[in-house]
Ligand binder design. Structure first.
Ligand code: FAD
Length: 294
């Protein structure tokens, strides 16, 4: 399935997608299978699998893509990151995706893995996602997606320049954009307005990251450049100390409110960063369904 066909369809309800990552341990793999069971039952329009830019256990990533696509029969998007790969390896990865039956590839640059201080990008790696998009577009017929940053990518010199780079990705073949997650919808609405003003016409899909734990929220916000806004900070501060369930419930309520507002503002889709967990996302979807929004 070419994902752009989903986003271009005239359906009023938003396209729901779930993002998964390759698990790093056997226990995590078993948990991931349980998450697949619950989330597949929620009937996503498509699922996606991230790409470890560090390149370790790439094989495991192919297995998950294959499993979701060919055993669970889900519309599946495979990611590729340029930083760890030379051109030959890029071709190898794309040919593997093609042999698995993948029709949509999400193209990113990737970051140096935080746990590997000796990591070096591949000497022949394409420098930016736009370079990899252009490389793929010339030789393959995949539908291509790329990443956008409502709060501006951390390395960008300024928001205007970052939007110019987004435009470059679209010009090089990205047919849809999935946005980094944010805790204030206004960041997303302003970003979309500015992108449209720059002539970017492709669908821009909000990423939703439910709050799972306080520690994860703080770590990821730092890594992803997402501001923990006052409403989130105050909400978390008011919860009983060390009450994990209260944090999860706050995360579900907050994300439900975010999604409700995004749907009312006409977004084409909601892309959930599942972190390989299912309960929060299922609860959020159930809340939205009970309100007739999905
Ligand atoms: C939806 C989503 C999914 C992701 N999935 C993964 C994943 O699977 N694996 C992973 O490792 N990481 C993933 N990431 C993280 C991503 O790799 C990082 O955010 C990375 O730092 C940037 O990737 P990019 O593709 O946006 O890079 P680019 O688009 O290449 O941009 C990187 C920086 O360079 C600037 N820039 C871009 N082009 C140029 C140019 N031509 N000249 C000068 N400056 C330029 C941009 O403004 C930006 O600051 C994901 C992020 C998102 C939002």
């Amino acid at each position: 399935m070419r994902i752009i066909d989903l986003y271009s369809s005239s359906t009023i309800k938003p396209i729901i997608s779930f993002e998964f990552s390759r698990p790093k341990t056997e226990k995590a793999a078993a948990n991931l299978n349980k998450a697949f069971d619950s989330l597949a039952a929620a009937n996503p329009d498509y699922v996606s699998v991230t790409f470890g830019a560090g390149g370790s256990n790439r094989e495991g990533g192919f297995e998950i893509v294959d499993h979701l696509k060919n055993q669970r029969k889900l519309n599946t998007v495979a990611y590729i990151a340029s930083t760890g790969l030379g051109p030959d390896a890029v071709v190898e990865v794309l040919d593997r995706f093609k042999s698995i039956g993948i029709e949509t590839v999400f193209v990113i640059r990737g970051d140096a893995p935080t746990w590997d201080e000796n990591y070096q990008p591949h000497p022949e790696a394409m420098e930016y996602a736009s370079d990899l998009l252009s490389f793929i577009k010339k030789q393959y017929d995949f539908c291509l997606g790329a990443a956008g940053y409502p709060e501006t990518h951390s390395e960008a010199t300024n928001p205007v320049k970052d939007l110019e780079m987004l435009k470059l990705k679209v010009d090089q073949g990205a047919e849809y954009i999935v946005a980094q997650y944010f805790y204030d919808n206004q960041f997303f609405y302003d970003y979309v307005d500015k992108a449209r003003a720059k002539g970017i016409k492709v669908p821009i899909i909000p990423g939703i990251m439910p709050i799972y734990t306080i520690k994860m929220t703080e770590n990821l916000a730092g890594l992803c450049g997402t501001k923990i806004v006052k409403k989130v900070r105050d909400g978390l501060d008011q919860l009983p100390k060390d009450d994990k369930n209260a944090v999860l419930q706050f995360g579900v309520d907050f994300a439900t409110e975010q999604c409700r507002d995004l749907i009312k503002n006409g977004v084409k889709g909601l892309h959930f960063y599942t972190m390989n967990r299912s309960k929060s996302v299922v609860s959020i979807l159930n809340n939205l369904k009970s309100e007739g929004l999905l």
